[in-house]
Design a protein around this ligand. Structure first.
Ligand code: 5GP
Ligand code: ZN
Length: 113
């Protein structure tokens, strides 16, 4: 499958990986929108959050644990940060492999654009 995030998970293309376990990879976004901008992906190809049933509950729990750990490790948990997943065209999902943006280090506005 021609999926850029599968290629990152498989080390076929280089990314700045900051965390990895048997199920997930966290790497720096190539085009950061804040001082800290990480992406967490499952190693398994999952098209979007709409296919979350492909991950069992314990793995989903682990994923959110990793997100919180990353926020702590990158120093953004105390002031606040944002976790975002875009789903489909209207939400501007550009890579069709489930990923959560972990973004912090600046003040955000609401509602998002
Ligand atoms: P989306 O728009 O699908 O929610 O987010 C995709 C994100 O992946 C974007 O923020 C984009 O900058 C990032 N991205 C796309 N291709 C690459 C890549 O090859 N390497 C890295 N590190 N990030 C990428
Ligand atoms: Zn993929």
């Amino acid at each position: 499958m021609d999926c850029i995030f599968c290629k990152i998970a498989n080390k076929e293309i280089v990314a700045n990986i900051v965390f990895e376990d048997e199920d997930f990879v966290v790497f720096k976004d190539i085009n950061p929108v804040a001082e800290v901008h990480l992406l967490i992906i499952p190693k398994m190809h999952i098209g979007s959050l709409m296919e979350i049933d492909m991950l069992d509950a314990s793995k989903i729990k682990n994923m959110f644990g990793i997100i919180n750990k990353m926020a702590d490790d990158f120093g953004i948990s105390s002031k606040g940060f944002r976790v975002v997943t875009n789903i489909g065209e209207s939400a501007c999902q550009s890579v069709k492999h489930l990923h959560f943006h972990i973004i912090g280090g600046r003040k955000f506005g609401w509602p998002p654009g």
